[in-house]
Write a protein that binds this ligand. Sequence first.
Ligand code: PEP
Length: 251
Amino acid sequence: MRNELIAANWKMNLHRSEAVGLARACRTMAATGRNGREVLIAPPYPYLAAVREALEGSPVLLAGQDVSQYAEGAYTSQVSAEMLVDVGCRYTLAGHSERREHSGDSDDVVAAKMRRAFDCGLNVILCVGEKEAERDRGEERSVVRRQIDAALGAVSREEAAGRLVVAYEPVWAIGTGRTATSADAQEMHAFLRGVLAGRYDTGLAEEIRILYGGSVKPANAAELLGANDIDGVLVGGASLDAESFNAIFAA
Ligand code: PEP
């Protein structure tokens, strides 16, 4: 039985007081314990400590939006896995398409970030997804398989068990208002589960949560979450508003 995970990626949004207010709202929301659903927040780095404080004693999980592939040193602007752990994160995202697109995170860099995160005790939400042109060419399966194979090449079965979450986020659906249909998303999630079964085994693949991300809103959340292989959602824009995030959580 996979507990659904409702994850918020705040990206580079909000001011400190807004972040704290939203974290408090998420705390209240999570306390209702809807169907055992877990809630996770990935705030901008400068607000991690304030959000952690606002979440003290609550089950809401804290995550980095990214992690450095390096342990320490002269890497201006980067944040290490140790620092994320130190500030209270249990998770980090890796391979978000905005990192791949705007910051040049290659498959190899994503793999190195996964390695650092697992070595430091973080759980990882690995983001994969095809671009529109790749889907138009019918390459969506080969693209996500390549991303998974590269990122998990050095991740053992023991590390993946209970610590790996995959987020399928078709790039053409992120922040665009376009969402994959629940049938299309389900098909890709089932495919991804098969890829995970091939890499590890069927038992573990059945345990790994696969989230859907890409313009998830209150209006489409219930249908997406109702699909067999969709084990939660990764929400960008709609997570910035307490009411809409709450409606997704309660969908
Ligand atoms: C995301 O950033 O992971 C995302 C899915 O964003 P949005 O919900 O805004 O499409």
